[in-house]
Write a protein that binds this ligand. Sequence first.
Ligand code: ATP
Length: 365
Amino acid sequence: MPLLEALHGEAMSKEALEKYDFNAISIATLASHSSLQIFRGAKQEGFRTVAIVVENRLWFYKQFKHLIDYFIVLRSWRELCRRDVVEELKKLSAVIVPHGSYVEYVGLECAESIEVPIFGLRKLFRVEADQWAKMKLLQEAGIPTPRLYKVGEEIDRLVIVKLPGAKGGRGYFLAKNSKEVLEGLRKRVEEGLLNSLEEAMIQEYLFGVPAYYHYFYSPVLDRVEMLGADIRYETNIDGLKRLPPKFSIELDLEPTFVVVGNIPLVLRESLLPKVLEYGVRFVEATKRMLPPGAIGPFCLESIIGEDMEIRVFEFSGRIVAGTNIYVNGSPYSYLYWDEPMSTGRRIARELKMAIEKGVLEKVVT
Ligand code: ATP
């Protein structure tokens, strides 16, 4: 059973596409997150680029105007769906590349219903916004995931409690039993970080090392590529390692998981078959549950345990910021392409191939 039916915006974007000049397609994205990589990749592949930017960031992105052909300046990101902005994008024959901040900045409603073609599967935005639907998709794919608990359920091990919405780990906490879970949740409701206790997701805390895999599914070539991997550098959990344990115990320090950057990771080769298998399974599950299925970049976020078991606690259906490490290609992207191929450039290459083969509808929704 598909998770979601086709969206209104999807049909409207197809309508817009019919009026596009296929010889002058431009690549548009919000000036944030991984946009510089996206613009550079688009330029490398010969596309025009459009930066949708908020006023106070314009000066910064102007430093990179050799990568940007048009600026659409907004007072707030939420203005993206304003009629005149949409018309301007259509006039530029723009395809929007959604990145990790897209839905968070413009809101789910605008993100999925905008009448401009989107590179990727717009249906996936709604699934990504729902922590449970997200985990269900991973389970359907047959990818190992941490055990999930309901609020009030007996808890027999260390758990991580997650708040809804992509907040980069803000407000998350660890707990050892159901009493600690309830106390932590009530505090967060009081702080306004949560509306109701049931909104939180309780996951078994996985021991091991974090590893994030960057994939790209090409509908044109019908293959899943592994374009890179990274580790997130998170405060204060990564900083706590620098502190002798007796201080963190004495000071009663709580670990937090706010991302400050990304560190490159090259995996031992014997892990690669499993990593790629999970990427392929993810794509197949999206094809079954959310037809036509994933398009372009996505990321599986995992912990690798002592037994080399990979368990995935989260995914992103869009380009992740960890790919910014590989603006000039990664050790894996070289194996496929033998040229500097960032994820940003790979998006543009896919668009180019789709246009050349006359199958643009395979990569935009
Ligand atoms: P983003 O949207 O940036 O991916 P997020 O708000 O969705 O962030 P998660 O990625 O789910 O947050 O988790 C933040 C961090 O918490 C992870 O990078 C990881 O360090 C840790 N973490 C999350 N889930 C688990 C788990 N089940 N076991 C151990 N650590 C976890």
